[in-house]
Design a protein around this ligand. Sequence first.
Ligand code: F6R
Length: 237
Amino acid sequence: MNEFVTVKTIDEMGMIAAAIFESEIRKKPDIVLGLATGSSPISLYKELAKLHQEDELDFSKVRTVNLDEYVGLNGEHPQSYRRFMNENLFDHINIDKKNTHVPNGMANDLAQECKRYDDLIEELGGIDVQLLGIGPNGHIGFNEPSDEFSNCTQAVPLAKATIDANARFFEDESEVPREAITLDIKHIMHARKIVLIATANKEEILKKALFGNITPRVPASALQLHREVTVIFSEGE
Ligand code: F6R
């Protein structure tokens, strides 16, 4: 890790993260961005939309790959990550939707879909800047605590802590999908730069991940081995 920034509010967290993304996009207009969903990135995405609308930040050549998608939800489903991305970011910027990639949670052959995603990332030349949130159990993407760090995109069962945490987005806990496709730790670690954003409710797990033992039981602890990680922590939730 080479930078840890603490801010007071989620809006500030979004603004600082957006400034990093803005500078990277201006440096490399056809950048490959690794993107995340959930509560943490919403202020960042708002800020990026504002930078597009008010400061002409150009996304016309930007390519994106999302970290994950629920198995069994199609892209129209209100809780699908494809829909989240469209509503929170892609519909508000001049990105070509053909350049935006989210795993297909409806694929008949999940193993083949995971292979397609890995091949796609290779074709794109890898991820330049990867955005991450962190789960209450230390997951990044949907790489849940495990005996080993994952090394290819895969369909995984979601941990109980993740199902519980994500139940807030669904009418009932029973509706939360039990499986998701996730980009793996190896691809995340190969990103040239990583920006991790986290709010106060993640303080304990964040400390464990960044300063504790490096172990697949805390998947985000792998980030200690990456050369260019910026962590932006909001004291507010
Ligand atoms: C989402 C993702 C997850 C979230 C994490 C934190 O694409 O990959 O790892 O980043 O679960 O979620 P929030 O931000 O909702 O607390």
